[in-house]
Design a protein. Structure first.
Length: 268
């Protein structure tokens, strides 16, 4: 498996605090069946250190050396989780080479947890026109996407991808997030599953159990593609092979023979 979103680099954000934690996260990932991790530290968040951008590649090399010494056969690639703000487009243009996934056209975008900016669609349109393909990080955890799946549908229909967290399918963020993640799967709004790992303990980089849960909803082949073929295509700057057309939530009753309340009614 390939973990496309993980905060494994030491001392850069709220992920691994030191090299020992990074190595332990790598060990956990390898035991779970993960062979490649893309390190995606937070950038451009409020209060985040702007120096992080200049440190990513060096930290990646340090970690690769530590893994070789520890005998852990795990490849580490570079990326970033870019926080969406009013200066987003300017920052992306200025720092593109440092923040895309493994030098590709793909870019992780993180929205605030409680809203999606009104201009997001226009920004995504500009990115796509400039040859940058946004990947929406964990939309199932965003309350605006939870309440209005059509917002995510519009972005995916434009050409963006969406990545759900493995813990979301296991109830790690609560029942509402889990049900939202499952709903997005049924609407073909998720193309990638990743760990979003932050530590060896509460948010470890594991995906195998989540893939089993996802397979119950979309089938084994589709579930496997979300942690193998699709992320591999992203790393290699290609087109994800498993990308069924997104379903418009407004036509859900006609498209899927289930009721809207059964799909979107959340527990309080």
């Amino acid at each position: 498996m390939i973990d496309l979103h993980c905060h494994i680099l030491p001392g850069l954000d709220d992920g691994a605090v030191d090299m020992a934690e990074s190595v332990e996260m790598a060990r956990i990932a390898r035991e779970d069946g993960i062979r490649t991790i893309v390190a995606t530290p937070h950038v451009f968040r409020d209060g985040s250190d702007p120096k992080v951008l200049t440190l990513i590649a060096g930290k990646r090399d340090e970690l690769a050396g530590a893994l070789a010494t520890a005998g852990i056969d795990l490849k580490i690639a570079c990326g970033a989780e870019v926080y969406f703000s009013h200066e987003f487009l300017e920052e992306v243009r200025k720092n593109r080479k440092r923040i895309v996934v493994n030098g590709s056209a793909y870019l992780f975008v993180e929205f605030p947890s409680d809203h999606v900016y009104a201009g997001a669609r226009d920004i995504f349109f500009n990115l796509l026109n400039e040859g940058i393909i946004p990947i929406v990080a964990h939309p199932e955890r965003n309350t605006s996407f939870q309440k209005e799946p059509a917002l995510l549908f519009e972005l995916v229909r434009m050409g963006a991808l969406a990545q759900a967290n493995s813990r979301s399918f296991l109830g790690g963020y609560g029942s509402r997030v889990r049900e939202t993640a499952e709903s997005f799967l049924r609407l073909n709004l998720v193309q990638i599953i990743a760990s979003d790992g932050h530590s060896p303990r509460t948010r470890a980089p594991r995906m195998r159990a989540a893939v089993a849960e996802v397979a119950k909803i979309v089938g084994e082949r589709a579930a496997a593609a979300m942690v193998t073929a699709n992320p591999e295509a992203v790393i290699n700057d290609g087109e994800p092979p498993h990308r069924p057309d997104p379903i418009d939530p407004s036509t859900l009753k006609k498209t899927l023979k289930i009721s809207v309340p059964s799909l979107f009614k959340f527990k309080k």
